[in-house]
Design a protein around this ligand. Structure first.
Ligand code: AMP
Ligand code: ZN
Length: 468
């Protein structure tokens, strides 16, 4: 399998540190709100990378953090008059719900920054002892000039960067020795959450958390570190500096970065306000459609979000699901049980699609081509397989489509029909929850019904529902 490594700017053959095992760290979201579909892109593409590696027989140790201490979380807590912890706990729960709805597997470990402060204090102390960090009035900075390889990931010209950011040194930040030095620890401001450290009562900088959690859960040297391309600089560059200076080892061997999800050709982001949350998309679509849409592009290509493309993805996914359903019907109606001699060639032809799929995925996880192969296989099934075939042959083709879908995290079997009485019961539960002002539960039931393809309409005459 070849992976494009941001470090070497080339596709490289993937060779894990330990045969048959993969250690992988993916930078997770800062939890101060519902995640948007831009945040969902790395979740979906790297979950797919994990699934593909598992399919190839690797045991994958997959770690993805939640950043649960941050200025934005604190600001949101102040706005709502609650604690930072309440905000982060709430949105971690919501994020996990979104991940489940997108069929993103839970990580082997989802560490929380606030639970790992001791490890961060230890790493910062080591960096100070080794001369890679310095304390000025309670703020600890990393000394970038001391690390010769600083800049090796982002391939940036450091002199340009240094002169470009010199003006930023004018106020407040002039305690740094160098414009590129970054914060490892900062003192608290009034009302902020804080931890005790040898330097000040305060909290860690953002970059140090990933270095520490990666080391704790995966070891000093890991196979893959991944995230969105906006993280290359400074976040990942700084993680490399911290980890390699502290541990004296290569931090991560392969660096994978997804391109942005754009809207009107601009990056979708919270700060620009041009985003849709995963939850908003869920009101209109099964989130399988979102997953299918994301995987229809290569992860390193920018992807533009539009209603038309979502509709096209919905239709494409339906085409595959219908083909699978049709094969199920054919299998039920087929007369012969056992595979016939003359069907062997047909199955060989079908199996060639799996090889083609693997080839696409082996080529730096080309899910765009892999999705095309599924369409080709569907076309093959629609034109070649009939009830005249044996049950065994029909089943083999159907299972092949399901398996390829499963590698991409797509569930291609039609959902079971829901009975009217079950729907009525859930609606009654939702009404009861609303009456008890348990709106979270009421929303959850609405979401569950939507997953079952049932849309609720609150009208003056009461709740109505329709199948969508
Ligand atoms: P954040 O919560 O902003 O730190 O982002 C969490 C993850 O989502 C990071 O890996 C980001 O690079 C990624 N991300 C944020 N916005 C986008 C976007 N519009 N397209 C793709 N990835 C994004
Ligand atoms: Zn990180």
């Amino acid at each position: 399998m070849k992976l494009y490594n941001t470090l070497s700017k080339q596709k490289e053959e993937f060779v894990p540190l330990v045969q048959g095992k993969v250690s992988m760290y993916v930078c997770g979201p800062t939890v101060y709100n519902f995640i948007h579909i831009g945040n969902a892109r790395p979740m979906i593409v790297f979950d797919t990378a994990r699934r593909y590696m598992e399919h190839k027989g690797y045991e994958v140790n997959y770690v993805s953090n939640f950043t649960d201490v941050d200025d934005k979380i604190i600001a949101k807590a102040i706005e709502e008059g609650v604690s930072s912890q309440e905000i982060s706990e709430r949105y971690i729960k919501e994020c996990k719900q979104d991940m489940a709805d997108m069929n993103v597997k839970p990580a082997t470990t989802h560490p929380l920054a606030t639970q790992e402060i001791g490890g961060m204090v230890d790493m910062i102390s080591t960096l100070i002892d080794k001369g890679f960090a310095y304390n000025v009035n309670g703020t600890v900075y990393f000394r970038t000039r001391k690390f010769d390889e600083y800049g090796k990931l982002s391939h940036k010209n450091l002199d340009d960067l240094r002169s470009g950011s010199r003006s930023l040194l004018v106020s407040g930040e002039n305690q740094k020795e160098d414009p590129l030095d970054f914060v490892l620890w900062k003192p608290k401001k009034e009302g902020e959450p804080f931890w005790v450290s040898p330097w000040s009562e305060g909290r860690p900088g953002w970059h140090i958390e990933c270095s520490v959690m990666s080391k704790k859960y995966l070891g000093e040297e890991i196979d893959i570190h991944a995230g969105g391309e906006d993280l290359i600089f400074p976040h990942h560059e700084n993680e490399i500096a911290q980890s390699e200076c502290c541990n004296g080892k290569i931090f991560a061997r392969y660096w994978l970065h997804n391109a942005f999800l754009n809207i009107d050709n601009r990056k979708m982001s919270k700060s620009l306000g041009n985003f849709f949350t995963v939850r908003e998309i869920k009101e209109k679509y099964d989130l399988q459609v979102l997953r299918f849409f994301m995987l229809s592009a290569h992860y390193r290509s920018p992807l533009n979000f539009s209603a038309e493309l979502m509709e096209a993805s919905k239709n494409g996914l339906e085409r595959v699901i219908n083909a699978v359903d049709n094969l199920k019907y054919l299998e039920k109606n087929a007369a012969a049980e056992q595979l016939k001699e003359e069907e062997k060639a047909m199955l060989e032809e079908a199996a060639a699609y799996t090889s083609k799929f693997d080839e696409a995925m082996d080529d730096d996880l080309n899910t765009a081509d892999a999705v095309s192969v599924i369409f080709e296989l569907v076309k093959f099934a629609n034109t070649t397989v009939s009830a005249d075939n044996s049950k065994a042959a029909i089943r083999a083709v159907r299972e092949e489509i399901l398996e390829l879908g499963d590698i991409l995290g797509l569930i291609l079997e039609k959902k079971a029909e829901v009975l009217d009485e079950d729907i009525e019961k859930l609606i009654a539960d939702r009404q009861a929850a609303r009456k008890a002002k348990d709106f979270a539960r009421a929303d959850e039931i609405r979401g569950r019904l939507l997953d079952l393809g049932i849309e609720l309409l609150d009208t003056r005459e009461g709740v109505k529902w329709k199948r969508v």
